[in-house]
Design a protein around this ligand. Structure first.
Ligand SMILES: [Fe+2]
Length: 318
C-alpha cells in the first residue's frame, strides 16, 4: 500500500482502517472515530497523522489524539480520545494483524518457506469471494476434483489418486499426489501436483513443473473471504516477458478455473458450522484436508482455553 493512502477493511467481521505513517510503517486501527463514530478510513493523512473526515480530529501512529480543531489547534487533548492500534507485522508483501494482544502470540508472521516471493517473474492478484475461508482452504488442499470440476479446462485428466507423500512437519502439511488414468477409463492424462498448507490461511501449490503460487484465504467475515495469490513462473526470465506469462497464468487460474468452476461448486457445499467437518465422510485422497482441519481444531481449542484463562485472571483481579 502506498504512502498517503488510507484503506478501510473488514476482517473477521471487524472494521479496520489501514494507513502508513511517515516511516512507512503499516498502522491498523478500528475504523471508528472515538468522537462521534465516523469511519476514519474516509479520512486522509495530514501532518503524519490520520485525520477524521468528519471534524478533523487527528490521530498519530500510536493512536494518540493530537488535535481537536474545534477546541483550537494548540489546545490540550482531554482523555478518552485514544484509538488503540492493533499489533501488526509486515513480511513477504503482506500485512498481518493480531486481533488480540501481540504478547499472547509469538509475533512470528506465518509463511511457507520457499514459496514465491515478489520478483520480475511473479504477479499478485486479489479477489473478494462469497464463501467461508475454510471452504477455500479445503479446495486448495484437494486435487481429485480436477477431472470433474475442471473437465473443460483440463480435459482427460486421470481420476484415481496416487499419494506419493502426505505428511506434516513443523506445522506444514506437505503432499505430492498424482491423478492417474484408471483401467478402461477415457481419462488419459496423468497430472502431478505438490501442495503445502499451514495455519492460519496459507496454501502453496505447484500447478505445473514451472508454475506455482502461494495463496492466503483471509476471512472478511463468516461468509466472505479475501483471497490473495502470488503466481510465479520459471519458463521465461523477467526481461523476456516472465511477468506477462505469470499474469496470464494467474488470470486464467483465477478468472476461469477458480471463479467459474471451483467457486460455483464450493457454494453448493452445505455445513451449519464452517469449521465443523464431522459431517464429512473423507476418503484417502482427502488426507491433507483432514490434517488441515485437525490443525485448525487444535489451534481453536488452545485459543479458547487461553481466553478462558484470561477471563479467570481478569475476574480474579476484581
Ligand atoms: Fe479446483
Amino acid at each position: 500500500m502506498k504512502l498517503g493512502r488510507v484503506v478501510g477493511l473488514r476482517r473477521l467481521g471487524r472494521e479496520f482502517v489501514l494507513w502508513r505513517d511517515t516511516d512507512r510503517r503499516a498502522i491498523v486501527m478500528d475504523d471508528r472515530c472515538p468522537h462521534r463514530a465516523a469511519r476514519l478510513s474516509r479520512g486522509r493523512i495530514r501532518g503524519g497523522c490520520l485525520e477524521c473526515p468528519y471534524h478533523g480530529f487527528r490521530f498519530d501512529a500510536r493512536g494518540k489524539c493530537r488535535m481537536i480543531p474545534a477546541n483550537g489547534v494548540n489546545a490540550p487533548i482531554p482523555h478518552g480520545f485514544e484509538v488503540a492500534p492493533l499489533a501488526v507485522r509486515e513480511a513477504h508483501g503482506l500485512v498481518w494483524l493480531w486481533h488480540g494482544e501481540l504478547a499472547a502470540s509469538n509475533g512470528d508472521t506465518p509463511w511457507l518457506p520457499g514459496a514465491p516471493e515478489a520478483s520480475g517473474r511473479s504477479i499478485e492478484i486479489e479477489r473478494e469471494i462469497p464463501i467461508n475461508y475454510l471452504r477455500a482452504m479445503e479446495n486448495l488442499g484437494d486435487i481429485h476434483h480436477t477431472p470433474f470440476v475442471h473437465r473443460l479446462t483440463l480435459p482427460g485428466t486421470g481420476t484415481r489418486i496416487e499419494i506419493d507423500r502426505c505428511e506434516m512437519k513443523d506445522g506444514i502439511i506437505e503432499s505430492a499426489m498424482r491423478l492417474v488414468p484408471d483401467i478402461g477409463s477415457r481419462f488419459r492424462f496423468q497430472a502431478a501436483f505438490t501442495s503445502r498448507l499451514c495455519l492460519p490461511t496459507l496454501a502453496s501449490i505447484n500447478i505445473s513443473k514451472r508454475i506455482r503460487f502461494i495463496a492466503s484465504a483471509t476471512p472478511i467475515d463468516e461468509h466472505n473471504t479475501w483471497i490473495w495469490l502470488r503466481y510465479s513462473e520459471d519458463y521465461l526470465p523477467g526481461w523476456l516477458g516472465g511477468k506477462l506469462l505469470a499474469r496470464l497464468a494467474a488470470l486464467f487460474d483465477i478468472n476461469l478455473v477458480f471463479t467459474r468452476q471451483d467457486l460455483a461448486m464450493i457454494s453448493t457445499q452445505q455445513l451449519d458450522d464452517p469449521a465443523d467437518i464431522s459431517g464429512y465422510q473423507l476418503i484417502d485422497a482427502d488426507r491433507a484436508i483432514g490434517m488441515f482441519f485437525g490443525l485448525h481444531k487444535r489451534a481453536a481449542m488452545i485459543a479458547e482455553a487461553k481466553s478462558r484463562e484470561g477471563d479467570r485472571h481478569a475476574a480474579g483481579m476484581h
